[in-house]
Design a protein around this ligand. Structure first.
Ligand SMILES: N=CN[C@@H](CCC(=O)O)C(=O)O
Ligand SMILES: [Zn+2]
Length: 417
């Protein structure tokens, strides 16, 4: 099957760098006008000026005049698999009840734990497939998915098996993370270390059954301390996992510093990272995954200091943090607008943050987030003239066509009738 995209208005290949793009290097990207891409049996076989390719035979030829074409977006941080929903907590949020207070009262994450423990694998599967479809429609072609709504062996394995199955069944690629250390459940209220021990006992089985590539933990006031996180994540590293942290989201405990100290692939949230944490991040290999949707949704003021981080030399990625409580959206394009409007990231930085750096934040830097000959055709055609337009025009879906491995997954439909 050969598909030709021709007369591309503006093409972003995002292949200027091999590794993560950091600091000032995030401020420059290459664009190509009037190019074509030839995809054969799912792989990109040629990228060239359009007049060199327009005569080729193809099963389908797509005129991309006036349209932006980019790699499929990489979404490096979601809580994709969960039961229930928490719209009933909106009123508490509107009254200004803090996120950690709702959690302390047994709501928040613990509310979703109850729903997820009760949900069948099929319910969780159907829901996850639905949300993956919607992510694809927003231009996402690779997704990280965490567990973390069980904090007991049975439910954590249930979530990871669902994530593994949707990875097999859904066209999008799903990368798995074990987040059994997401909150302290009632039965461990007085002994959080025992919960971490229980979760760590699962490492060998999770490794054996390839149920996760990463281990993650919520390092936060009222959840796990820096010391507890260090002990747990070192155990995970010993079992061969790469690690990530939910760090410095609400209180500046020093989770950013811990992520750098432990060589985490990514430190996520970092909304209240300290100056020292940012300095260390800028000099490390750890990628900062910023989640402005969470700050927006929780009505907080302190967006992560992306400008300071980039100026310190950090590699920054962006994510929706899709989850039922703190950022209930699959709309990565809205996140791109928040990054521009609230974190003052430039369009160039934003595009590296949703492709190259997001891919490296989930160890997919070689295969996702760029359009190069030989890679699979994960490509988005946008109803937009250039890459600056996406963060500029906010709250809508600019996607025209989404391809995963050279197969068209979604095409925007016009009005019916
Ligand atoms: N803060 C911790 N975990 C998720 C929220 C999960 C939830 O509220 O259900 C986050 O990244 O924001
Ligand atoms: Zn999260």
């Amino acid at each position: 099957m050969r598909i030709l995209l021709y007369q591309i208005g503006q093409l972003l290949t995002m292949d200027d760098h091999d590794g993560p793009v950091r600091g000032k290097a995030m401020q420059k990207l290459s664009t190509y006008e009037g190019y074509a891409i030839l995809i054969e049996d799912g792989k990109v076989v040629r990228i060239a000026p359009s007049d060199e390719l327009e005569q080729v035979t193809a099963d389908e030829k797509i005129d991309c005049r006036g349209k932006l074409v980019t790699p499929g977006i990489v979404e490096p941080h979601t809580h994709l698999v969960f039961g229930g929903s928490r719209e009933h907590e909106m009123a508490l949020k509107q009254q200004g009840v803090p996120y950690l207070e709702i959690l302390k009262q047994g709501g928040g994450i613990l509310s979703t734990v109850r729903s997820t423990r009760e949900a069948s694998e099929k319910d969780l599967y159907d829901k996850a497939m639905f949300h993956l479809d919607r992510m694809a429609q927003f231009g996402i072609t690779t997704v990280e998915a965490k567990s973390g709504y069980g904090m007991d062996r049975e439910t954590e394995l249930k979530q990871l098996r669902v994530a593994q199955k949707v990875n097999q069944d859904h066209p999008l690629e799903v990368v798995l993370t074990f987040l059994g250390a997401h909150a302290i459940t009632e039965d461990y209220r007085d002994n959080p270390d025992a919960l971490l021990d229980e979760m760590a006992k699962m490492f060998p089985q999770i490794k054996e059954e390839s149920l996760a590539e990463f281990v993650d933990i919520f390092t936060e006031t009222g959840v796990f301390t820096v010391e507890q996180s260090r002990r747990y994540l070192n155990e995970a590293k010993k079992c061969g996992f790469d690690i990530k942290l939910h760090a410095d989201e609400i209180d500046p405990l020093g989770g950013t510093e811990l992520a750098v100290e432990l060589g985490a692939v990514s430190g996520d949230h970092l909304a209240v990272a300290t100056d020292e944490g940012i300095r260390k991040l800028g000099q490390s290999e750890t990628i900062g995954v910023l989640l402005p949707g969470t700050i927006f949704y929780l009505g907080k003021g302190d967006y992560a200091r992306a400008r300071t981080m980039i100026e310190a030399g950090a590699a920054i990625a962006l994510s929706t943090d899709f989850n039922p409580g703190s950022s209930v959206t699959e709309n990565i394009q809205l996140i791109m607008s928040l990054a521009a409007l609230k974190m003052k990231m430039t369009p160039e930085e934003i595009w590296y943050a949703v492709t190259t750096n997001a891919a490296h934040a989930i160890n997919r830097g070689d295969t996702a987030g760029k359009i190069i000959e030989g890679n699979q055709g994960d490509i988005v055609i946008w109803d937009a003239p250039n890459y600056q337009y996406i963060p500029y025009h906010y709250g809508v879906n600019h996607v025209n066509t989404v391809m995963k491995a050279g197969r068209i997954l979604y095409q925007r439909g016009g009005l019916i009738g």
